[in-house]
Design a protein around this ligand. Structure first.
Ligand code: FES
Length: 119
């Protein structure tokens, strides 16, 4: 069976897994801080960032893209609710990520070497 190496940058752990393994199946075992809840692609809590090797991961499905889009809209709604400049800046800094390399850990399968991290 083909194998791939996946590195979790937040805990500096690299593991070798069978091709097709989902990120969430590994992140929990290595102690990565990638959160999760539904494990079905609905809640968006398992968002993570792909630091390297995005081309070695499964392509995002339309439902995964929709969940990520909804998550970013919630962030924008939070920014709109800021009452003053300091709280707006704090929220922007806390959520300061581009989103381009964000995926859902419960939906993303590993097909080759990659490096990932929580948001
Ligand atoms: S755990 Fe809910 S979308 Fe992945």
């Amino acid at each position: 069976m083909a194998k791939a190496k996946i590195k979790f940058a937040d805990v500096n752990v690299t593991v070798t897994v069978p091709v097709g393994t989902r990120i969430i199946e590994i992140s929990e075992k290595v102690g990565s801080y990638i959160a999760y809840n539904c494990r079905e692609g609905d809640c968006g809590s398992c968002l993570f960032t792909v630091l390297e090797g995005a081309e070695h991961l499964s392509k995002p499905s339309a439902p995964e893209k929709a969940t990520i889009f909804a998550h970013f809209q919630q962030i924008l709604d939070g920014w709109r609710s800021a009452n003053d400049m300091e709280s707006l800046q704090a929220m922007i800094l806390r959520e300061n990520f581009a989103g381009k390399n964000c995926r859902l850990a419960c939906q993303t399968q590993v097909f080759g070497d990659a490096t990932v991290a929580p948001l």
